[in-house]
Design a protein around this ligand. Structure first.
Ligand SMILES: Nc1ncnc2c1ncn2[C@@H]1O[C@H](COP(=O)(O)OP(=O)(O)O)[C@@H](O)[C@H]1O
Ligand SMILES: [Mg+2]
Length: 245
């Protein structure tokens, strides 16, 4: 079996006592899975990703990334393996220029400066924003900030990519650009979104969450075409599947 995988067992989480947001989730993700995490607003998609990357801590159950349990002392190791792209790019970018931001994580892991430079060039090239390298972050558009955020992640050459609502704030051209970037990233990715067209274009597997549970888990082809299932859980068919051909 490939070394890239996530195993989640009996995971339960609440923000407040007495109301369980995630209720005993058991699921595994493997190399080459491109998983859409879908569900209505408030279903717990963002929280689920935060738990995987250790930004929240579960009250019960376990998460293992490539055999490493997600806990406080393993977080540096975990974050070397997982790139997490925040929903809000403002949270992700904090240096003065794009180049500085993309260099931050590799520098923080004490890589030699020439390796840092190589990684920065490669990451910027992958998301097609080499021309923005020396631009001040505050002068970027929303879509450019999103691409820069993704470059900050790719400079760490992660095994696993987690993205929270990546298509928000993207114009059609950047949206297409992001879809092709994601489709080129072949290891393991989890994309949380209620934009089912975006999921349709980027994922081969879909996990549907509602009321704290995984209510469906299967091929994107099946779940995203199942209008009755989607409607029952507060979602609608992807627009591209409702058009007559
Ligand atoms: N930090 C927090 N403290 C308390 N409640 C929160 C917090 N973050 C999210 N919630 C609540 O948890 C629920 C799930 O949120 P979230 O994981 O963001 O869902 P989704 O991403 O599916 O829309 C929502 O009802 C939200 O209001
Ligand atoms: Mg969310």
């Amino acid at each position: 079996m490939s070394h890239i995988h996530i195993d989640i067992t009996d995971l339960s989480f609440s923000y407040e006592e007495g109301s369980r947001l995630l209720d005993g989730l058991t699921v595994s993700f493997h190399e080459h899975d491109a998983v859409g995490i879908i569900g209505a607003n408030g279903a717990g998609k963002s929280t689920f990703l935060k738990l995987i990357v250790g930004l929240e801590t579960a009250q019960a159950g376990s998460i293992r990334i490539e055999e490493i349990p997600v806990e406080k002392k393993t977080l540096p190791k975990i974050r070397e393996k997982i790139g997490y792209v925040f929903q809000d790019s403002e949270t992700q970018l904090f240096m003065t220029t794009v180049r500085e931001d993309v260099a931050f994580a590799p520098r923080n892991y004490s890589l030699p400066e020439d390796e840092v430079a190589r990684r920065v060039d490669r990451a910027l090239d992958l998301v097609h924003i080499t021309h923005l390298a020396d631009k001040p972050v505050h002068k970027l558009s929303g879509g450019e900030k999103k691409l820069a955020s993704i470059a900050t992640i790719l400079s760490m050459t992660p095994d696993i990519l987690l993205m929270d609502e990546p298509s928000i704030a993207l114009d059609p051209r950047n949206r297409k650009n992001l879809i092709s970037i994601l489709n080129e990233f072949d290891h393991l990715k989890l994309i949380a979104s209620h934009d089912l067209d975006f999921i349709w274009d980027t994922c081969n597997r879909v996990v549907l969450m509602d009321q704290g549970k995984i209510v469906a888990d299967g091929p994107a082809e099946e779940i995203l075409r199942d209008e009755a299932l989607l409607t029952a859980h507060g979602l609608e068919l992807p627009l591209s599947l409702t058009r007559r051909v």
